[in-house]
Design a protein around this ligand. Structure first.
Ligand code: SF4
Length: 215
C-alpha cells in the first residue's frame, strides 16, 4: 500500500466527494496547501537527484484541461483523465520527458466532469469510439488509492457507444476482475522478462509476485 510522505493539495478539492474522501483517508499524513497542481515551486526548485524522493509525495487537485487529442494508434482519442504521473520510476518512462522531475503522481478529484464528457462524446457518435484514459498515468496503480477504475467501469458500462482502454504495468487487478464491464473496457498489460523488470522498471509489479494484495 502506498503511504505518501506528504500530501500537496489544492483547497478546492474539499468541494468534491472524492477530494473529501482522500483528505479523510490521509488525515494523518502531513499536508501542504498549494495554489495549483501544475506549478509547485517547492518541487520545481528541487535538484534532479531528488526525483525519486519527490515521487514519495501525492499531489491532489482539480483538472482544468479537458481537451481530447485525436489518436490513431490504440484509440480514437487520448483523454485527460483522473491522474497523471506515477509513483514508479521506469527508466524509459515518457512522463519524465513531459514533466521532467515533476512526474510524481497527481490525482484529480473532478472525475464526474471527465467521465461525463467521454459519455456525451460517445453517445453523440455514430460509430464506436475508443477512448484512451491511461496515457498519462497507470490507472491500476491509481485505483488502489482512489477506487476510480471501479467507479468508472460502473458508470460507463451502460453507455450506448464507446470503449475505454488503458495500459498498466501493475498486477493489483483483483478489484476489477469481477466487474461486469459489458465488453467495453480493454486493459493492456505490459509484461517484460524478469531481467528487464529488475533492471529498468523500478517500483512496478514484479514478474513473480506471490501475494498480489499490493493495497
Ligand atoms: S509504470 Fe508506466 S507511468 Fe509508471 S513510471 Fe513506469 S512507464 Fe511510467
Amino acid at each position: 500500500m502506498f503511504k505518501p510522505q506528504a500530501i500537496y493539495y489544492e483547497k478546492d478539492i474539499e468541494n468534491y466527494p472524492l477530494g473529501k474522501e482522500l483528505l479523510e483517508k490521509y488525515k494523518y499524513i502531513p499536508k501542504v496547501e498549494i495554489e495549483s497542481h501544475n506549478s509547485i515551486k517547492e518541487m520545481q526548485q528541487q535538484d534532479n537527484k531528488e526525483f525519486i524522493n519527490m515521487k514519495k509525495n501525492l499531489i491532489i487537485g482539480v483538472r482544468k484541461t479537458h481537451k481530447f487529442v485525436e489518436n490513431h494508434k490504440v484509440s480514437d482519442y487520448l483523454v485527460p483523465y483522473t491522474s497523471s504521473g506515477c509513483i514508479a520510476a521506469c527508466m524509459y518512462c515518457y512522463l519524465v520527458c513531459n514533466y521532467n522531475k515533476c512526474a510524481y503522481l497527481r490525482l484529480f478529484v473532478n472525475r464526474e466532469k471527465m467521465l461525463d464528457k467521454i459519455i456525451k462524446t460517445a453517445e453523440k457518435s455514430e460509430r464506436n469510439l475508443t477512448f484512451e484514459i491511461g496515457s498519462n498515468s497507470d490507472l491500476i496503480l491509481e485505483n488502489t488509492i482512489t477506487g476510480n477504475l471501479i467507479w468508472t467501469i460502473e458508470n460507463f458500462k451502460n453507455t450506448k457507444n464507446g470503449m475505454l482502454t488503458f495500459p498498466t504495468k501493475f498486477d493489483m487487478v483483483d478489484d476489477i476482475l469481477p466487474l461486469d464491464h459489458k465488453g467495453k473496457v480493454i486493459v493492456r498489460m505490459s509484461v517484460n522478462p524478469e531481467e528487464i523488470i529488475n533492471r529498468v522498471e523500478f517500483g512496478t509489479s514484479r514478474l513473480k509476485r506471490k501475494n498480489r494484495s499490493n493495497k
